[in-house]
Structures are given as structure tokens and as C-alpha cells.
Design a protein. Structure first.
Length: 296
């Protein structure tokens, strides 16, 4: 029996797929056919357009997918599983209805938490990848992103988690508020960032007042855009750390995500005396999909 299969990470904006033989990547492809632009009947054609050349000539090729493909607006809803639970065991996957008998598509469910109310969809697969490689880990995983997740891991299970909209708030303020005129740069001031983190950790309630100082400072004092951008980022991450203190204080922390954003969280945590470890988000996604495929 062939051990070829296909791994899929299907988000709101993008579709990414990998042709796999066991745990090894044979090929990869991506498209802009994210969940947000597809009707339910359009998912199968979008997937076939990307992976048809990888399908087995005889029989169905297993496809394991994670992300927003399993949302209520996706291909088929993969209902949330409640924590505490294993992050992405293979037995809980939902089968998608397909018309092409060369496909056998299974979707990894997201996770939910009753109190405080919270959900994740996609991040559980990255967490599963990390746990599969580190089964004895007991501590905190932080997944920086548009909606950053902090998850407590113990005995191979997610015990609890919290979501912070810091990334989305940064994008909204930097792109649509009056501050958009003050942060138009890709540059970054590390010292200003760390100072802002410290300010928010000690007085998070002052953010709204501090934020407008960026606009005033650019008008009156010629505040550099890279300094303004770094301060905005630092204040938001600092507020997040203040609220998530119960997760990271005195705990081993692993950051899973894109290197640039994970690097900012690492600097902020190092300033608080922690030594976080980093792991690549794409690698953990693939490892989690492989673990689900094997039914781990």
C-alpha cells in the first residue's frame, strides 16, 4: 500500500499543499484560493487544481487538512473539541464529501474553551506538531500572529488557552487610524520597543493616551517613523504580556510562528528574565498534519 498522502493548510486567504511520502516532502504548491473567497462547492475544484498531479493512479489519496477549511463557512464544518484534550488526534477528523473518488479528504477540528470563551482553528495543528516531537514538554506554547494564542500544555494535552488580538489591533491602528501617518516604515527601533513593553507591563491602562503621543510627537518633534512603529508594537505586546502573566511567569515558554514576529515576543520575554525557545510555524504545521495522518 502506498504511503503517499497530501498535507493541506487552508486558511482564510491562502491554500498551501504538500505532496508527502510518509513524513518527507516531495513537492509543494500554493494558491490564493483561501476559505474567504470560496463557496462550499468550490473547495474540491480549488484543491484539485493544486494537487491533481499528485494523486494516486489507483485508489484514493489521503488528504489531511487543517485551518479555516473546517470552519462553519468552509468546505465542511469540523466542530470544535473542548479542552482539555490532545491537540489534534487523528480519530476526531471529519471527512469531507467529494465527487472525485481519487480524493479522501479529512479535516482536523479546531478547539474550544468554555470559560473564558475561546476558540482556535489551525493553531491546534502546530501545537500537535510540537507535542509529537516533544511528548514530555510541560509548559507554555505561545503562537504569535494576528490572533496570538497562549496555551498551557501538560501530559500531551492542551489544558487551557487564551487568544489576544494584538496583531489585528496593530494592523487596524497602523493602517486605518490617525497613527497611519506616523508609522509608515518597515524600519524598527529595538530600544524603543523594549521601553514600550516595560511601560505597558507596568501601566497598561495608559495605552490610549500614549498612542496619541505618537501622532503628536511626529508633528511637533519629528518623531521617527521607526521609533513610532516600535513603540506601538511594544505597547500592544506589553499589554498582552501583562494580561497573560499567569501563563508565562515562571514557566518554560516556546514560541511557534514566523521568525520576525516570534523574535519580537522573544525580546519582550527575555527582558522579563525568560529564555524562550523558538520553533518554525510551517515546520510545526507539517509535523502536526503528519501526526494527524498517523492517528497520533
Amino acid at each position: 500500500m502506498s504511503d503517499d498522502w497530501i498535507a493541506v493548510d487552508w486558511g482564510t486567504s491562502h491554500l498551501r499543499a504538500w505532496a508527502m511520502t510518509g513524513p518527507e516532502i516531495r513537492a509543494s504548491a500554493h494558491s490564493d484560493d483561501g476559505m474567504g473567497r470560496l463557496s462550499p462547492e468550490a473547495f474540491e475544484p480549488a484543491l484539485l487544481a493544486l494537487v491533481e498531479a499528485w494523486l494516486r493512479p489507483d485508489g484514493a489519496t489521503p488528504v489531511v487538512a487543517c485551518g479555516m477549511v473546517g470552519a462553519r463557512q468552509g468546505w465542511v464544518e469540523a466542530p470544535y473539541r473542548a479542552v482539555p484534550c490532545a491537540p489534534a488526534g487523528g480519530n476526531g477528523m471529519i471527512r469531507a464529501l467529494v465527487h472525485d473518488d481519487r480524493l479522501d479528504v479529512r479535516i482536523i477540528p479546531g478547539l474550544s474553551q468554555a470559560s473564558p470563551a475561546d476558540v482556535m482553528r489551525g493553531e491546534e495543528t502546530q501545537i500537535a506538531g510540537f507535542v509529537a516531537a516533544n511528548p514530555d514538554f510541560d509548559g507554555i506554547l505561545c503562537l504569535p500572529g494576528t490572533h496570538t494564542k497562549w496555551a498551557h500544555i501538560s501530559a500531551k494535552e492542551i489544558v487551557s488557552f487564551r487568544t489576544f488580538m494584538s496583531g489585528e489591533i496593530f494592523a487596524l491602528i497602523a493602517g486605518q487610524s490617525v497613527l497611519r501617518h506616523s508609522v509608515t516604515t518597515d524600519g524598527f527601533d529595538d530600544d524603543a520597543f523594549l521601553e514600550a513593553v516595560s511601560e505597558s507591563l507596568s501601566r497598561p491602562e495608559s495605552f490610549a493616551a500614549r498612542a496619541f503621543c505618537l501622532r503628536a510627537g511626529s508633528l511637533l518633534d519629528g518623531l521617527a517613523a521607526e521609533t513610532a512603529r516600535a513603540r506601538l508594537s511594544g505597547w500592544l505586546i506589553g499589554m498582552e504580556l501583562a494580561a497573560a502573566r499567569a501563563y508565562w511567569l515562571g514557566q518554560p515558554v516556546v514560541l511557534i510562528g514566523a521568525p520576525a514576529l516570534s523574535g519580537l515576543y522573544a525580546k519582550a520575554l527575555q527582558a522579563q528574565g525568560l529564555t524562550p525557545v523558538t520553533a518554525d510555524g510551517d515546520a510545526m504545521t507539517l509535523a502536526g498534519l503528519a501526526a494527524a495522518h498517523l492517528g497520533v
